[in-house]
Design a binder for this molecule. Sequence first.
Ligand SMILES: [Zn+2]
Length: 258
Amino acid sequence: MTSTSLLVAHGRPTEYFTFASLSALGLPHATTTRHCPGIGSFAEPIVPEAPRAPFRAEAERVLGAAGLSMSRVSYARQVHGADAARAPAGGGFAGLVDILVTAERGVPLAIFTADCLAIVLYDPSARALGIAHVGWRGTVRGTTRAAVRALGEAGARPGSLRAAIAPSIGPCCYEVDEPVTAELARAFGERWRAWVTPLRGGHVMLDLWSANEALLVEAGVAPESIENPRLCTACHPDLLYSYRRGNRGRLVTLAALP
Ligand SMILES: [Zn+2]
C-alpha cells in the first residue's frame, strides 16, 4: 500500500511502465500506455473458437525490450469472473478467465484493461506468477481472493506474495450508483461503505484500489508487499486509456517468470 514506490517510465513518449519493486526482484514485466504500438483494441475481441494473440509486430519490438518473449505470450477472453487458468506451457489462449497463472519460465501472462485493475502477484521463492483482471464485478465476485488462492495452488504462500496494481480508475473519477452499490452490499455487507465517498442521490465515488488492497490483505498478502502507484486512467487521457472516458483502446499488463 505504499504510494511512495514509483513506476518507471520507458520510451519517449512513455510506451510502458515498470514497477520498481518488481524490477528489483528480476521479474520481466510491463504495463503499456496509449503510446505503445501494436496492441489490439476492444473493437477486436478475442474469439475463443479462433483465438489469436492481440499483439502486432510493433508491440513485440517494444515489449521484447522489456524482456518479454511475445512468441510465448498467454492471454484470455476476459469475462469479469473469478475463474483462473494455468497458461499453456508454450503460451497461447488460456480460456474464458480473468486470472492467469504460470510456474513456467519465460511465458508472459497478458491481462488487458482500460479502467479495471490488473493485479500482478509474484512469489519469488516459489517461482509462481499470476495476473488478475478486477473491476467492480470482479471485486464483488471474489476475483482477488481467487487469484491469491490460484497462486497458492501453484505453490506460492500468500505471505510471500508481492502484489502490484497497474494504473486503473481511481476514486477521483469512479462514480457509481445503486446497481453497483447494491452488489457491493450483497457481497460485503456494510464493509463496502469504507470504500466509497457518498455523493447525492445514492451515487458514490468508489475506491476499487482500497477495496482490493483490503481484499489482498484479507487473503494473506502483507500490506507492505502491495505496491499501488494510484495512477488513475481517467485522470491521464494523454497517457492512458479509460473506457469511462470513451476510449476503446486497451492497456496491457504483462509479466513472465525469469
Ligand atoms: Zn482520476
